[in-house]
Ligand binder design. Structure first.
Ligand SMILES: [Zn+2]
Ligand SMILES: [Zn+2]
Length: 65
């Protein structure tokens, strides 16, 4: 198994757990998610749904995901 985190920033945001919101989509502080279903990384759109903007490169270190 490869390390899913390309950098510390990504690790911080992907492992971030808000004490107030169990669902990452419900939390405005949750800016990065990893979708197990599609194996993709994305930025959640906080519109009450489960939508997210897929990203292909890390916004912090630029590595391909
Ligand atoms: Zn929250
Ligand atoms: Zn990174």
């Amino acid at each position: 198994m490869t390390d899913p985190f390309c950098c510390e920033e990504m690790q911080y945001h992907l492992t971030y757990r808000c004490p107030e919101h169990e669902d990452p989509f419900a939390c405005p502080d949750h800016i990065m998610i990893f979708s197990e279903d599609t194996q993709t990384y994305g930025i959640p759109i906080h519109d009450g749904g489960q939508a997210f903007i897929r990203i292909r490169y890390c916004p912090w270190c630029g590595k391909k995901l």
